[in-house]
Design a protein around this ligand. Structure first.
Ligand code: FAD
Length: 508
């Protein structure tokens, strides 16, 4: 007798309930990774950047000393592969991490048909979507009451790694046989940017919450870091923020540290966030591990720092909310959550879409964001909001085109989080941004990239433009740069967008 353990988006050994459950009976475990290209949402395919991450994550998992190359790889549809395995062995149970998608139903019915025990295990989410309902037993559509309800339940603490015996199937493919890596070499550059796998995820979390990485120790002598970070939070005027930017950016004082998160997370030119998103998506680290590491810090933190920890946890809860919504509204990825928006009229234009995709719209913050995405597989959250608003509300291209491009290019591409955020920006989502909130790319750029640090990093054509003109290079007299001119006028398109939204408002 053996147990089957499926690895899906839980590519880790620590705090892995599926592994713990499968090993409880002391039976040998056949662990499988099935590369089911089509995934579990109709017409939804895993993107190229994600395929690069997945390959490396599987490589890392399989190289772990405890697994020691005993992960069995198969390619094809879940039902076909699992049926074959069931016929070959005497199976006690089928174990997988609950996916909260069609996959769960599929696996339950395979197990039932073959008379084996099915064991969907927790681990992906902090709160079960079915347990968080309002007084009328309906699901929450607004984030804050959802969060309040969630916080009434304490998430599980991480569990320790069990001992287990893994077996190897003689028909397993090699990881390379799965053909996961895209054929082009676009993803090659990611090798130098990202460190993939469970260990890297743990190190990243640990550095983010525990370390000040000081690049220039001579500056340390002149500064009290904590005092300085506290100052940031009290700073209201742009002038003072700029002063502080001098210190932070040019001296690289803080890097990836949580004790500035609430403020620094908004500035794309500063590495002020955790960069954990791809690790979380692939389950190299569990939300429970993150939750409890932060709770532990909160219990020892002084009052001034607690806002940063809570702000970070809030984002983790936004992730939960995305999964919650797609669980209760499975079409979130391709249908407007607010059906009124079905009457919104698009103006799809391939040329404009391409200018957006490849960062040649003539608006520096948009182009820097899209080029960051293309070159790194990642984009800063603030800039994701600006570029998505621009696509939908200035170019009048449906959010689904943008979401599809993100899914293809992001290493953290996540159907629930991506769809929820796109719908939020487009105004058609649950608890969405109000329709009149149309990000002005120039003002956003001035506010959040005041020194054009981010813009210059990704747009070499603008590297010699002065700070005065970096947000609107077309205003610079005698500009000799080969940077493209603006493809649309943001003031005119804003007016059109507002009138379109007003029409929708009157629909019942
Ligand atoms: P941190 O600021 O360090 O946040 C910690 C974690 O909280 C993140 O890793 C992520 O898991 C979660 N989180 C942060 N912001 C959000 C958010 N707005 N909504 C839900 N969860 C959040 N995130 C993805 O993981 N995958 C996507 O496909 C994705 N698509 C997006 C599309 C758009 C249009 C927008 C506006 C945002 C999208 N986000 C997506 C959310 C957010 O931009 C990223 O999670 C964040 O930038 C990742 O960087 P980080 O890990 O440094 O974030």
């Amino acid at each position: 007798m053996i147990n089957i353990l499926l690895f899906t988006c839980n590519l880790r050994l620590s705090d892995n309930h599926t592994l713990n459950e499968a090993s409880k009976s002391n039976l040998p475990i056949l662990s499988l990774y099935i590369y089911d290209f089509a995934m579990y949402y109709p017409n939804f395919f895993i993107g190229e950047a994600s395929r690069w991450w997945l390959y490396n994550s599987l490589f890392s998992l399989n190289s772990d000393d405890q697994l020691n190359g005993k992960l069995n790889f198969f390619s094809g549809h879940y039902d076909i592969i699992i049926e074959k395995i069931i016929q070959k062995y005497q199976i006690n149970g089928l174990y997988w991490q609950k996916d909260y998608s069609e996959l769960d139903n599929k696996l339950i019915s395979i197990a039932k048909k073959n008379n084996i025990r099915s064991n969907p295990c927790i681990g992906k989410l902090l709160w079960e979507p079915n347990n968080i309902m309002n007084k009328n037993n309906e699901f929450y559509k607004i984030f804050t009451p959802y969060k309040t309800q969630c916080l009434k339940f304490i998430p599980n603490k991480p569990i320790t790694k069990p001992d287990f015996i893994m077996i190897r199937d003689n028909q397993t493919l090699s990881l390379d046989d799965l053909d996961i890596l895209p054929k082009n070499n676009w993803h090659k550059k990611f090798d130098k940017i990202w460190k993939v796998g469970e260990k890297s995820a743990q190190i990243k979390l640990n550095n983010f919450i525990n370390l000040y990485i000081l690049q220039n120790s001579s500056i340390l002598n002149n500064l009290s870091i904590k005092k300085d970070i506290n100052k940031i939070n009290n700073i209201k005027t742009e002038k003072n923020i700029k002063k502080l930017f001098d210190k932070i950016i040019y001296n690289n004082i803080y890097e990836d540290n949580i004790l500035g998160y609430k403020t620094l997370r908004e500035y794309p030119g500063i590495p002020g966030t955790s960069y954990l998103s791809p690790h979380i998506h692939f389950g190299e680290i569990s939300p429970h591990q993150i939750w409890w590491e932060i709770q532990n810090k909160i219990s020892h933190a002084n009052q001034n720092n607690i806002i940063h920890y809570n702000c970070f946890l809030n984002e983790i809860i936004w992730r939960e909310f995305s999964y919650y919504l797609i669980y209760h509204f499975p079409n979130l990825y391709n249908k407007n959550f607010n059906a009124k928006f079905d009457f919104w009229v698009d103006n799809y234009d391939k040329v404009k879409e391409n200018a957006w995709k490849y960062g040649t719209t003539g608006y520096p913050i948009i182009d820097a964001g899209m080029r960051q995405l293309w070159n790194t597989g990642y984009m800063h959250n603030r800039v994701r909001m600006i570029v998505s608003s621009f696509l939908v509300k200035n170019l009048f291209i449906d959010w689904r085109y943008g979401a599809e491009w993100f899914i293809d290019c992001l290493v953290d591409a996540d159907i629930a989080v991506n769809s929820n955020n796109w719908q939020w920006v487009a105004g058609c989502g649950a608890d969405a941004a109000p329709y009149f909130r149309i990000f002005n790319p120039i003002l956003q750029s001035k506010k959040f990239d005041p020194y054009g640090q981010y813009i210059k990093k990704y747009i070499p054509e603008l590297k010699n433009v002065s700070i005065e003109f970096i947000h609107e290079p077309w205003k610079e007299y005698n500009s000799s740069s080969n940077y493209p001119s603006q493809i649309i006028n943001i003031d005119e398109t804003r007016k059109i967008a507002l009138s379109k939204y007003k029409l929708l408002k009157n629909i019942n």
